[in-house]
Design a protein around this ligand. Structure first.
Ligand SMILES: C[S@@+](CC[C@H](N)C(=O)[O-])C[C@H]1O[C@@H](n2cnc3c(N)ncnc32)[C@H](O)[C@@H]1O
Length: 217
């Protein structure tokens, strides 16, 4: 349970009234825990998964992008919400972790609409330039990369397109001036950059570890 900004009982209640048990996603979460141990915490939370599917549906996304796929939880949720004929392009550096994702795309019946581009995300994201505009993007990878991923995605995003960004509250540390570790500073700078960007409007949601939703004008 990652509803870190709510009293635990309220967080449990919220989750129980958000994401119904989902056999496939639950199996993926379990397998990831068994294979990866503590690293499984990198996976998004079930309420975020539900949110990603709904945003993909509401935005009628046809061309979606994910930066940071890991074992596939968020990509399955995004792919399930795509409009008919929609595509999801996933970017990740790990062949090993995304091998699990590939298996779950098959199981979920979405493999035909998902493309994986392996390698350093910055270089591979630049390949989107000149292609069809992106309607929806989800950033959940290395934190120092966030500003450049945001910039590249803004340059290819359709007007009205949406970028969702995970971990923007960074366990709440961004709000405490005494917290000065490198990643906290990086996240603070990223949040400030988004807030000051005249090309977009954003809202920071206290979901899981903080999820920022950005809409390009
Ligand atoms: C937090 S996990 C993503 C979790 C995933 N969204 C989920 O729901 O399971 C971050 C992922 O970003 C990938 N990553 C980190 N740095 C990267 C980089 N520079 N280029 C591409 N992928 C990167 C890692 O391999 C990892 O799979």
């Amino acid at each position: 349970m990652k509803a870190t900004y709510l009293e635990p009982a309220v967080g449990q209640y919220l989750l129980a009234h958000t994401a119904r048990p989902d056999e496939l996603l639950d199996a993926l979460a379990l397998e990831t825990r068994e294979l990866m141990g503590e690293r499984a915490n990198m996976q998004i939370a079930p309420d975020q998964g539900r949110f990603l599917t709904m945003i993909a549906q509401i935005s009628a996304a046809r061309n979606a992008v994910e930066v940071g796929t890991f074992t596939g939880y968020s990509s399955v949720c995004l792919a399930r919400g795509l409009a008919p004929g929609g595509r999801l392009t996933c970017f990740d550096a790990s062949e090993e972790w995304t091998a699990v994702a590939r298996r779950y795309w098959e199981k979920a019946g979405v493999a035909d609409r998902v493309e994986l581009r392996l390698g350093p995300a910055e270089a591979r994201l630049r390949e989107l330039t000149g292609g069809p505009p992106v309607d929806l993007a989800f950033i959940d990878a290395d934190k120092p990369g966030y500003p450049v991923y945001y910039e590249i995605l803004m340059s290819v995003l359709a007007p009205g397109g949406v970028i969702l960004v995970d971990n923007t509250l960074w366990s709440g540390r961004v709000a405490h001036p005494n917290e000065r570790d490198e990643t906290t500073q990086v996240m603070r700078e990223f949040n400030d950059l988004v807030m000051a960007d005249p090309r977009s409007t954003s809202i920071m949601l206290p979901m899981a570890d903080g999820l920022t939703m950005i809409r390009k004008h």
